[in-house]
Design a protein around this ligand. Structure first.
Ligand code: NAD
Length: 543
């Protein structure tokens, strides 16, 4: 029985380690990477706390060395989807009835395990299987994941404490119940922290989860499950299955107990899923919650008052870190003609120094793109640009998939501001840029607003405050995360709640209380302290 109202430890952002030469973290990460690179791991699914092997194997592919064998995972079928749903439903009652201090301790412990003994392992898995360099792995798999866990525990505590007023003779209470049924997490390849957050944010509130990770993120997904297990997450609360996405969806979205979807991935997949859920709405016991964060075509606009070096740096970091495979990556830019020669020369000079290769070599800024499908798609757009006389490639343009899926960071300058790569999400290291007449700043803002179906991130570089004000107003619906004099990537949990609108998603802001509110179904209780025993109100008495 509770004998106190507990304060959870105050959440603070996990410090980002530098991995500078000679640092102990660099040494530990390199040793862990080498060990994992030299082993062959066997990765089973996890259903009801049991490791499930099928013998039907998929390969864990390092994008930078696709023939190297680091291990395999067990592919499941319809029976495993059904087993995961059954396990979730069976675990539900005990899990949702567990006291908050015990439930939250599991996630706080997971955060500390990631910050300490598992840090090198989760980072190395993310480097090997998702092709991130050490710094990109650190800010994602360690720091962001730890932040999600700690901040969400604090947010849930704050939500539980939010209670209604009580009138005279009455005590009103709110119970923040989890959703009735089971929840489903579908996660993308590009952030280990997204995989961990989409599952744990729902679980934290007492929901149980069927989780289907991306086939290109399975190594770090396994490490996450190891951490959750060591932290004490009970069997059946999060069930990880490696099953065909369409077959999985078909079973989940036809199940009467399906209660919520937490999705991050591409826009078309999400729209199709939404359609399926809509079609099946009569089959469900409750209206399912649908949260989806999807594609982007994120912009950088430079005003003529901006500093060219700052603009060029924002573009080179914002567009090319993690090979442009961040949903927030800058992929279209608008630069005034007076500034363009300087920005161009800085970018050409600096991009010539960017090294590309394996994340094991810490001097590589650029690594490989995730898989062959992605490589072929991006290469085809680069080829089309090379043949088009209306566009010019001023940096990069080369690619090679003989060993790993390497694509040079590429800058395309388009004469038509609606050229295909100004509008289409490529999800790779390709930035398309439009040079505008200095005097057409306002028209250019209209163009930025109208060019893409997405509205995820964007930024304005300007020293002129009126220009900042105008851009902030004109672009108010063009980005869910808007940056002033900064690159449009790198949102931090607890500081910049993340999500976009229009075709970019439901904008439920991961890394904030707003997201958690979607995974609960509050119950209001009114208790009357002295209950009336007579139906007659005073006004009924005669004068
Ligand atoms: P993806 O859509 O290919 O895959 C995402 C997940 O959906 C995977 O687990 C995949 O197996 C599953 N999936 C694929 N087809 C499915 C289907 N028909 N039914 C059910 N599930 C299906 O995306 P990806 O390549 O892993 O990730 C890149 C995409 O994710 C980009 O579009 C990017 O913008 C987006 N993204 C958005 C955010 C955000 O916060 N807005 C964050 C990260 C990534």
């Amino acid at each position: 029985m509770i004998k106190g109202f507990y304060n959870v430890p105050l959440a603070m952002n996990e410090p980002i380690l530098s991995y500078a030469p000679g640092s102990s973290e660099r040494e530990e990460l390199q040793a862990t990477y080498d060990k994992m690179w030299g082993e062959t791991i066997d990765i089973p699914m996890v259903i009801n706390g049991e490791k499930v092997s099928t013998g039907n194997m998929g390969r864990v592919i390092p994008p930078h060395d696709h023939q190297h064998n680091v291990g395999t995972y067990h592919i499941g079928d319809a029976s495993h989807v059904n087993a995961a749903i059954e396990a979730s439903l069976a675990a539900k009652e005990n899990w949702e009835n567990m006291s908050w201090e015990n439930r939250s301790t599991i996630f706080l412990k997971a955060a500390d395990l990631l910050a300490g003994p598992y840090r090198a392992r989760i980072n190395a898995a993310t480097m090997i299987n998702q092709g991130k360099n050490a710094f990109q792995a650190e800010i994602d798999a360690s720091c962001e994941m730890i932040d999600f866990l700690r901040y969400n525990v604090q947010y849930v505590t704050d939500i539980y404490a939010e209670q209604p007023d009580s009138g005279e003779g009455v005590w009103n209470r709110l119970d923040f119940r989890p959703l009735e049924g089971f929840t489903f997490a579908i996660t993308p390849f590009n952030f280990t922290a997204i995989a961990g957050n989409l599952t744990t944010s729902m679980a934290m509130l007492g929901n149980t989860v069927v989780w289907k990770p991306s086939f290109s993120q399975i190594y770090s997904a396994k490490v996450l499950m190891d951490v959750f297990e060591e932290a004490g997450l009970p069997a059946g609360v999060i069930n990880m299955i490696f099953t065909d996405p369409v077959e999985t969806s078909d079973i989940v979205f036809n199940h009467p107990d399906f209660a919520g979807l937490h999705f991050t991935g591409s826009t078309d997949v999400f729209k199709n899923i939404w359609g399926t859920i809509g079609t099946n709405i009569h089959k469900y016991k409750t209206y399912p919650r649908i949260v989806g964060e999807t594609g982007g075509k994120d912009f950088v606009v430079a005003h003529k008052s901006a500093n060219a070096e700052e603009v060029a740096t924002g573009l080179m970091r914002g567009s090319f870190e993690y090979q442009g495979q961040k949903c927030s990556a800058a992929s279209r830019a608008y630069v005034p003609s007076s500034m363009w020669p300087e920005v161009k020369s800085i970018m050409q000079r600096e991009m010539a120094t960017m090294k590309m290769g394996s994340p094991r070599d810490f001097t590589n800024y650029i690594n490989a793109v995730i898989h062959e499908g992605s490589f072929d798609k991006i290469a085809s757009f680069i080829d089309a640009a090379k043949k088009d006389s209306n566009v010019e490639i001023i940096a990069g343009g080369g690619y090679d998939k003989s060993k790993g899926y390497f694509i040079e960071p590429t800058v395309i300058v388009a004469q038509d501001p609606k050229y295909t790569t100004m509008c289409t999400e490529l999800f790779g290291p390709v930035l398309t840029l439009y040079v505008y007449d200095d005097d057409k700043f306002e028209e250019t803002l209209n163009l930025v607003d109208e060019t893409s179906i997405y509205a995820l991130t964007g930024s304005i570089f300007s020293k002129d405050r009126y220009a900042v004000e105008l851009a902030t107003q004109k672009l108010k619906n063009a980005a869910g995360n808007f940056y002033i004099n900064d690159k449009p990537t790198g949102a931090v949990v607890g500081q910049q709640p993340f999500g976009g609108a229009r075709a970019s998603g439901t904008n439920d802001k991961a890394g904030s209380m707003l997201n958690l509110l979607r995974w609960m179904s509050p119950r209001t209780t009114k208790e009357t302290l002295v209950t009336p025993r007579n139906y007659r109100y005073p006004f009924l008495s005669e004068d």
